[in-house]
Design a protein around this ligand. Structure first.
Ligand SMILES: [Zn+2]
Length: 157
């Protein structure tokens, strides 16, 4: 089996920057020790993968945070994490400030994972109409490239 490496933790401003795979070696509960003033801000832009044991620990971390009165805020949530939030309702509960979503350009065919501000676009997302984004290749409007009712289901907690 090819090694996927381990989850890395960095920091940027008030956020802990998580990257790599989330699995049984990730010790997610220990992240709560690094909360400040009842808040834990996680930047999940670099998460590449989350397996079932990582999901189990994620749910435990959220339950422990709730008991301890710690609010978890998620920034730049990568697509693999969004898929888990969509599939397993128990993984939801943290506030999602921004997340990545698949986009495609009709004009040049470019596909990209683009960052959506979930707070600025909250109303449009609730109506399942994600914003268009400029294509980095040709400048045309890129359109969201998945099923909105599936991809944005994590937003209904
Ligand atoms: Zn384009």
């Amino acid at each position: 089996m090819k090694s996927r490496g381990r989850m890395q933790i960095g920091s940027k401003g008030e956020a802990l920057v998580i990257s790599g795979p989330i699995d049984e070696s990730s010790r997610l509960l220990e992240l709560l020790d690094r909360s400040r003033d009842g808040r834990l801000v996680l930047d999940l832009g670099g998460v590449t993968f989350i397996n079932s044991l990582g999901v189990r620990d994620w749910i435990r971390m959220q339950a422990a945070a709730q008991r301890a009165g710690i609010a978890i805020e998620l920034h730049r949530v990568a697509e693999p994490v969004i898929h888990q939030l969509n599939m397993i309702i128990a993984t939801r509960g943290a506030r999602v400030a921004s997340f990545f979503a698949p986009y495609a350009c009709d004009r040049c065919g470019r596909e990209d994972s683009l960052l959506i501000d979930a707070i600025a676009h909250a109303r449009a997302l609730a109506q399942l109409s994600p914003p268009t984004m400029p294509c980095a290749e040709c400048g045309a409007d890129m359109a969201f490239n998945d099923f909105p009712e599936r991809y944005f289901s994590f937003l209904s907690v």
